[in-house]
Write a protein that binds this ligand. Structure first.
Ligand SMILES: CNc1nc2c(CC[C@H]3O[C@H](OC)[C@H](OC)[C@@H](OC)[C@@H]3OC)c3nc(N)[nH]c(=O)c3cc2[nH]1
Length: 379
């Protein structure tokens, strides 16, 4: 957490730019978020396998909570009765929540979409739920999220232009309703509009301009990292960014690999979230300065070296690859915990390096040097 002048409002400060890359910070009543920022995903009120003091020590200023999962279990009203998500999970920094629409479309069964919203059956207990823009904002408010998302419809790619247009226009109508419902929430919280439009440039531009006219405090780029190739994702960022206000944060949802992050920062993205670091940690895949290391591989069985002896993260610096390989082979939970910890730290360190490089006007060199390190590996 950076030294904070406690802000009672939400704001974004741009400190430096290098080409289209930007560095700065988002101010919230619960602290500052240094950008570019990677936001660890805390799906059901936990960053899987880590204590929150490890998340903080790794350099994370903000974590995510998941509206869909938490509304089903333990329930938004119950979390509110227990003091809200910050108290519940003992994280006193900013929290961002998604609106739940994406999860409904990807996790629940028997769902019906309409202008009003989406009704669906819980994947937990089969109970019926109604998710409207108003209910989504109410839930995020009950959780106490500092940064909230409009309810939107995210279409999978590839999709027809008609499908992309229909979902983009519905999302714009839901943006208006979400923003209006948000007005009753305490000062200092923010709601982001979400740019949709599939892989159709004209639809993307129309969505971005319409949301910019609604004057949101921040903007998410949605509808990406849904199966499209990286070049399509990057092309859509290049299409959208020039139509978003430069003095508001831009959040690319669900992204991504270390390479995705560096390339998206270069195109003007400020905030990211992805399950990759922790999900990969549970599958024995470590992200390091030397590229990806799969600890399942027998070549590590007698390797006494840690993942990265120069790191200041104990998970990267203090445990031999042989030990991590052993834990993975024995399916010991400490294996998943240590590799998840290492990955969360690596992602934070990658963004810290990006912030410093942008401030020094040498972001292109930073990207080239980082990629060389990945390619060189650690033979
Ligand atoms: C992976 N590619 C990916 N994820 C997209 C998420 C979900 C982000 C969500 O992705 C997980 O939920 C499933 C995370 O939980 C596991 C959530 O963190 C709590 C995270 O919430 C911000 C999108 N959310 C909305 N509302 N709209 C989108 O267009 C969108 C696009 C995404 N692409």
């Amino acid at each position: 957490m950076t030294p904070d002048t406690p802000a009672d409002t939400f704001s974004f400060t741009l400190s430096a730019t290098d080409g289209a890359a930007r560095t700065g910070y988002v101010s919230t009543p619960r602290g500052r978020i240094r950008t570019p920022a990677f936001m660890p995903v805390g799906t059901v009120a936990t960053v899987k396998g880590l204590y929150f003091d490890q998340v903080r020590a790794a350099g994370a200023d903000i974590v995510l909570g998941n509206t869909y999962h938490l509304m089903l279990r333990p329930g938004a009203e119950r979390v509110a009765k227990l003091g809200g998500l910050h108290t519940f999970m003992r994280w006193d920094g900013p929290i961002l929540t998604d609106s739940g629409g994406f999860q409904v479309m990807s996790l629940s069964s028997l769902r019906k979409m309409s202008e009003q919203g989406v009704t669906f059956r819980s994947h937990v207990d089969g109970a019926y739920h109604e998710m409207s823009p108003e209910r989504s904002v109410e839930i995020q408010g009950l959780l106490g999220a500092d940064i909230q998302m409009q309810l939107d419809e995210c279409v999978r790619l590839p999709c027809t232009d008609e499908e992309a247009e229909r979902a983009m226009r519905l999302s714009l109508r839901w943006a208006e309703r979400s923003k209006r419902a948000f007005e009753t929430q305490p000062k200092g919280r923010a709601i982001f509009g979400i740019v949709q439009g599939g892989a159709v440039p004209a639809l993307r531009v129309e969505s971005a301009r319409a949301l910019a006219d609604m004057d949101f405090p921040g903007y998410s780029i949605g509808g990406l990292a849904v199966g499209e190739p990286q070049e399509v994702m990057l092309a859509m960022i290049e299409t959208v960014a020039p139509h978003l206000p430069t003095n508001k944060p831009r959040y690319l949802m669900g992204v991504g690999t270390p390479d995705d992050l560096l390339e998206s920062v270069a195109r003007g993205i400020d905030m990211f979230d992805c399950v990759m670091p922790t999900r990969s940690g549970r599958h024995a895949l470590a992200f390091t300065r030397f590229g990806r290391i799969n600890l399942k591989n027998a070549r590590h069985a007698e390797d006494p070296r840690p993942l990265d002896e120069e790191s200041d993260c104990p998970a990267l610096r203090d445990y031999s690859r042989a030990y991590l390989h052993h834990l993975v082979r024995c399916e010991e939970m400490l294996g998943a915990m240590l590799i998840s910890w290492a990955n969360i730290h690596y992602y934070q360190q990658l963004m810290a390096g990006a912030r410093a490089a942008i401030a020094a006007g040498r972001y292109a060199d930073y990207v080239a040097q980082t990629k060389e390190g990945w390619a060189r590996g650690d033979l």
